[in-house]
Design a protein around this ligand. Structure first.
Ligand code: GUN
Length: 282
């Protein structure tokens, strides 16, 4: 079993950012990320804490704007508009999920595309699909960087992606195509998913469905990337989509949960914020 150690790589890349920022003129303002959170979803609160900690570690200013879920949507849109115009703000992230009755698109598209560190703006998504990656979603880019670290080339590889969310699966598929992979996309409606997972050189699962991927579903030596992160109520442990204990005996490389994709997601958010800062500076 070979582990793709996302925690270690995220740490390494975070240290590089720390060094880079330390070299900046101390008179220059610091990079700044603002997270907009509506309500008190407990998973979101945990994610936001990780983001805050990662920012503070490298010297990015972090601000959390936490609205009650009873807030009027227009008030949130007005705040986003203010942040767009604030020259001291480099990155704006709308933490998902938003209240159920809201249309998330309205809020994601309200963020100025030059501050869109999540890569969810139509302009950034469109550019991704034209092969011009500018701000791309953090989890897919984290996966690409993790594969690169272990010299895993995507060109000509058969990649199967299970789960086609806007946040992970869809952008990841585009990024895999940009790198010359042959991509299969599976979703809830896919019949006999095993026929698709079994042929994959690289299998990526991003569904949040515990133990979906079992040993019989993978090819021997396949690279297995687990994006899922949920709590197993029986053991109270965080688990992924992959039945790690059995799959790791047959896979080539595999990501653990936790310590695989998660830390890379947060690290790419940091790097996207630095990219926005380098573009804005002043
Ligand atoms: N909620 C779960 N994942 C994400 C993410 O990548 N970005 C944002 N903004 N919210 C999320």
């Amino acid at each position: 079993m070979k582990i793709l150690d996302g925690k270690k790589l995220a740490q390494k890349r975070s240290d590089l950012i720390l060094d880079k920022l330390a070299k900046n003129n101390p008179k220059l303002r610091k990079p700044k990320l603002v997270v907009v959170l509506v309500g008190n979803d407990s998973a979101s609160e945990v994610y936001v804490k990780h983001k805050k900690k990662a920012c503070e570690k490298v010297g990015i200013e972090f601000e959390l704007i936490n609205f009650l879920d009873s807030v009027k949507p227009q008030l949130v849109l007005d705040k986003i508009d203010k942040l767009n115009k604030d020259s001291k703000v480099d990155g704006i992230l709308i933490q998902l999920p938003l209240p159920k009755e809201w249309n998330e698109e309205d809020f994601l598209q309200a963020v100025d595309y030059s501050k869109d560190v999540d890569g969810f703006h139509y302009i950034n998504q469109g550019k991704l699909y034209q092969g011009n990656e500018t701000f791309v979603p953090c989890t897919p880019l984290g996966i690409i960087k993790l594969l690169e670290e272990y010299d895993i080339n995507l060109k000509g590889q058969k990649v199967t992606v299970v789960g086609t969310s806007n946040i992970v699966g869809k952008p990841l598929i585009g990024m895999m195509i940009n790198r010359g992979a042959t991509v299969t996309a599976c979703n809830k409606n896919t019949l006999n998913i095993k026929t698709h997972t079994k042929k994959a050189d690289i299998l990526i699962s991003a569904t949040g469905s515990q133990f979906l991927i079992t040993k019989d579903m993978i090819k021997k030596g396949a690279i297995v990337i687990d994006v899922g992160i949920t709590r197993d109520l029986k053991t109270n442990r965080l688990v992924g989509d992959v039945d790690f204990d059995s799959v790791c005996k047959k896979s080539g490389y595999i990501t653990p949960v936790p310590g695989g994709v998660g830390p890379m997601t947060v690290q790419i958010l940091i790097e996207n914020t630095i990219k926005a800062y380098d573009n804005h500076k002043k």
